[in-house]
Design a protein around this ligand. Structure first.
Ligand code: ADP
Ligand code: TRP
Length: 339
């Protein structure tokens, strides 16, 4: 039987090539039909970080348009906004009653905030809002409200899916029925992060990204600034581990990547030549998508329409889970009061 796959995308910035390779492309490969592939914009997760209303609004559109321009087809998956599924928030409240506080203390985003505060000599919880603290509970609700079975995520989110599973196990045990479906995480087969312009992991936090949608001139400017060693054209080079090659290999066919690797290693291909090939590949892959993206961003009402249709389609499933769950915890059924 086909399993239900679900993943959320937190709209906290403008997606880059790393997001495409590590999250968007593997997720889209899982899109088979709207019953079994669920993708959503996790806007209320982003709210913990992005509290400027205009920016908060903007990022949801940016991320939705990105996924659509990268090929998300609403006919073969369900695509919606988290905030449109109100059942998620009732579920979060119920889950909170079954979740030991200690599990939240151990969640890595919160722990990282505490560590940073300690290093800076601040109090543990400085700058930490309750949304960040209970982040894994809202994520568990996203997953459990649709009885999801497989959750594709990056490495950094594995712990959150495990927490969702643990919460489901705990609630099922405590109420005595398997009302919640236990989810499993799934890592992309190539879980290595691609490097950015400076050789570190490509990340918006490092300001070293290649944008997905840009002009040829903008891409060229970025790509020419990729760090390389100073070896000349004819010298043999180490391809693996070099940012130019690793980014190229993540996008190119296996045969093209192998050809570049061989040319770099043999000598005769300079870093400038490799960069030109990378630029050509990005232009081929993303110029048309940039047009689609710009067009969608000029018509946000089209994005709304797609997301609203998605929410309308999946909402009955969330309602059905909540009916079962309310009954399981002793609410919402027609149980007679015993004397
Ligand atoms: P960023 O590091 O830019 O803040 P996020 O943490 O928001 O990116 O990541 C969103 C998704 O994109 C995650 O699934 C993550 O694994 C993936 N991702 C981010 N950067 C990369 C990268 N450099 N290579 C591969 N995947 C990445
Ligand atoms: N926390 C995820 C991230 O930061 C986004 C997310 C929210 C998510 N809810 C989810 C991912 C449910 C998978 C399933 O990337």
């Amino acid at each position: 039987m086909t399993k239900r796959v679900l993943t959320g995308i937190k709209p906290t910035g403008v997606p880059h090539l790393g997001n495409y390779v590590g999250a968007i492309r593997p997720a889209l490969r899982r899109a088979t039909d709207p019953e079994h592939a669920f993708f959503f914009i996790a806007d209320y997760h982003a709210l913990n970080q992005v509290q400027d209303p205009a920016l908060f609004n903007e990022y949801s559109y940016v991320v939705a348009a990105t996924w659509l321009a990268c090929g998300l087809d609403p006919a073969v998956c369900s695509f919606y906004r988290q905030s449109d599924i109100r059942e998620t928030f009732e579920l979060t409240t119920i889950l909170s009653a079954f979740t030991p506080k200690g599990w939240m203390n151990k969640a890595h985003a919160y722990k990282a905030a505490v560590d940073t505060n300690r290093e800076a000599g601040e109090s543990d919880d400085a700058g930490v809002n309750m949304g960040l603290f209970t982040y894994p509970m809202l994520m568990a609700a996203d997953i459990l409200v649709f009885r999801s079975e497989i959750v594709p995520v990056g490495k950094d989110q594995v712990q959150h899916v495990e927490i969702a599973r643990d919460i489901a196990l705990r609630l099922n045990r405590d109420v005595g029925t398997d009302v919640l479906t236990l989810p499993d995480y799934e890592l992309p087969s190539d879980a290595e992060a691609i490097p950015g312009l400076d050789g570190r992991k490509m990340s918006k936090s490092y300001n070293n990204t290649i944008p997905l949608f840009a002009t040829a001139k903008e891409w060229k400017k970025g790509i020419s600034s990729i760090k390389t060693d100073s070896s000349g054209r004819d010298e043999p080079k180490v391809a693996e581990g070099s940012a130019v090659y690793e980014i190229y290999a993540a996008l190119a066919t296996g045969a093209d990547a192998a050809a570049m690797k061989a040319s770099l290693e043999a000598g005769g291909m300079g870093w400038g030549d490799a960069k030109a090939e990378l630029l050509g590949l990005i232009e081929t892959e993303f110029t048309g998508r940039t047009e689609t993206y710009d067009d969608l961003m000029a018509h946000p009402e089209r994005i709304d329409e797609i997301l609203e249709a998605g929410a309308t389609r999946v909402r009955p499933l969330a309602e059905s889970l909540m009916e079962d769950l309310r009954r399981a915890i002793g609410r919402g059924g027609s149980v007679r009061r015993s004397r």
